[in-house]
Design a protein around this ligand. Structure first.
Ligand code: FRU
Length: 525
């Protein structure tokens, strides 16, 4: 029996047993869960997706007591955006997830927009030892203010702070949302809370000793970077440069328009943070994009990551067409979690993203090639295919004249495929989803997305993750990334290594079939 079939059978048995337990025993309702079958069209097999209805931004990412928490923007009543709640999922390993009941509901102050969560180790807010505190935007018909809720039972039940909101919008600032809060430790060992919050085309900073009283401490933006869209969902964190002793701060900012693949996307700034405000290392005209695909928005990194890694994930969608994508009962998927680092390049210090190594537990059947010269007629991958694949490839392009373009066509079927290619003369990496399947739901969807990517020591490395309705491409060890949704036919499972030109040298190619992750729903009734 194939691994996939076995998984399906086990899932069916678990589902049947869980349902039987729920029907037979009322007490079991508190703890029983069902395992998602993942069998609807386009349902991701190893990416977190909302079980039902609508989801957008990840919120409140924090690790506590053995669990990674993922809250997210959720409309439980429709498959389009609406009155926002915080939905909730937890995971011990960032691969297999349990969906918990909704954490935060709209209330008399407003609906619950994006925000973050911290663990209040020193009980600064007085909610209790090690309270998990969510700091979020209350939206009251466009009036936006920051509020607080807390949980003292590992995020299972939540109490809104009676004095909400804790921060009113500054004068003349209408867009005032998505607080990212973290503890800033000073050299003396003392510290304070910092909030980065968006305010139009600016990120505003506030500081606090107790999460409840906030003082303005600075701002960054207005004319920096890309400004042709509203700035949203900031994140701010330090990272070592080249793994060494030097640290720079990264300020990531989602922007509502003019991203490289069209529509919404994410830019970032590299600079310094003194506990009060951020200063960029680069001039105003430098624009750095985190992702060159169309579907990467509102990323947030985990607080308190136990291994000291900086990990983030994003909503895998684009506001241009998010509410039109052709899923039926649910809309909303997240990228795989990615580990972040900073490296020095000829252009300056740049952000690098790699899929977390924890995902390797999903690897199943493997194919491997070494030192092949590939010509246009070779059919190396005729026997390989699938809807959940991981590809790791290294090409040597010393003789740039040898090929014009090479790469992979994935999710190939009747008249459809998605191309992940490298154009050797233009030195661009690209993803072409014009023929990727259902592209008709929005004119902007079926496009080609490109990014400049120079070879490193004559090498082009591609690391690709394919799921039922997405492809993520990590070029040259995560220096250039594309996150893209696809909506191919379920039987478009072919894979091809293509060459336009004479030949290309393939140093190494590894392909794995990926097994589905396990997604449970707790208290589904
Ligand atoms: C970003 C965003 C946030 C806001 C949330 C509302 O996608 O617009 O700025 O808090 O979505 O759902």
């Amino acid at each position: 029996m194939s691994g996939q079939l076995w998984r399906k059978l086990t899932r069916f048995i678990t589902l049947t047993l869980s349902l039987a337990a729920l029907v037979g025993c009322a007490a079991a309702e508190q703890t029983a869960g069902v395992t998602m079958t993942l069998d609807e069209p386009f349902r991701p097999q190893y990416h977190v997706s909302v079980p039902q209805k609508w989801a957008n931004d990840p919120n409140g990412l924090v690790f506590y007591d053995g669990e990674y928490h993922l809250f997210y923007q959720h409309n439980p009543d429709d498959i389009v955006w609406g009155p926002m709640h915080w939905a909730h999922a937890v995971s011990a390993d960032l691969v297999n997830w349990t969906h918990l009941p909704i954490a935060l509901y709209p209330d008399e102050v407003g609906t619950i927009f994006s925000g973050s969560a911290v663990i209040d180790h020193n009980n600064t807010a007085g909610f209790g030892a090690e309270a998990m505190v969510a700091v979020f935007t209350h939206n009251d018909d466009g009036r936006q203010m920051q509020s607080v809720a807390y949980s003292t039972d590992r995020g299972r039940t939540w109490t809104k702070y009676a004095g909400n909101p804790v921060l009113e919008p500054p004068k003349n600032i209408r867009n005032f949302r998505d607080p990212k809060v973290f503890w800033y430790e000073t050299e003396s060992g003392a510290g304070h809370w910092v909030m980065a919050v968006s305010g139009g085309n600016i990120i505003l900073f506030f500081t606090s000793s107790d999460l409840l009283h906030w003082e303005t401490s600075g701002g960054f933006g207005l004319t920096f970077g890309a400004t042709c869209g509203v700035w949203e969902t900031p994140d701010l964190f330090p990272l070592p440069v080249d793994g060494g002793p030097e640290t720079r701060w990264v300020l990531a900012v989602a922007i509502g328009g003019c991203a490289p693949a069209g529509g919404s996307g994410v830019q970032y700034f590299v600079g310094s943070f003194d506990g009060r405000t951020f200063t960029s290392d680069n001039d105003k005209d430098t624009i750095l994009w985190a992702d060159f695909g169309a579907d990467f928005y509102a990323p947030q990194s985990w607080s308190e990551e136990p291994d000291g890694r900086r990990l983030w994930l994003a909503w895998m969608n684009n506001w241009t067409y998010a509410q039109d994508i052709p899923t039926a009962t649910w809309r909303g998927t997240f990228t795989v979690p990615r580990e972040l680092s900073l490296i020095t390049t000829a252009e300056g210090v740049r952000l690098v993203q790699q899929p977390i190594a924890d995902l390797e537990q999903l690897r199943g059947e493997r194919w491997q090639w070494r030192d092949e010269v590939i010509g246009p007629d070779s059919n190396l991958l005729a026997e390989v295919g699938g809807e959940t694949l991981e590809i790791a490839a290294e090409f040597a392009i010393d003789n740039l004249g040898d090929s014009d373009r090479f790469g992979f066509r994935v999710r190939r079927g009747d008249g459809e495929y998605t191309t992940i290619g490298y154009a050797t003369k233009a030195r661009t990496l690209y993803v072409d989803r014009a023929q990727s399947g259902n592209v008709a739901f929005n004119n902007a969807f079926g496009a080609v997305h490109t990014a400049q990517m120079s070879p490193i020591d004559g090498l082009i490395r591609l690391h690709i993750l394919i799921d039922r309705s997405s492809v993520e491409v990590f070029g040259n060890d995560g220096r250039i990334v594309f996150s893209e949704q696809l909506f191919p036919a379920g039987d478009s499972l072919g894979l091809e290594l293509f060459i336009d030109g004479q030949s290309v040298k393939l140093n190494a190619l590894d392909i794995w079939q990926l097994e589905p992750a396990t997604f449970q729903i707790e208290n589904p009734l």
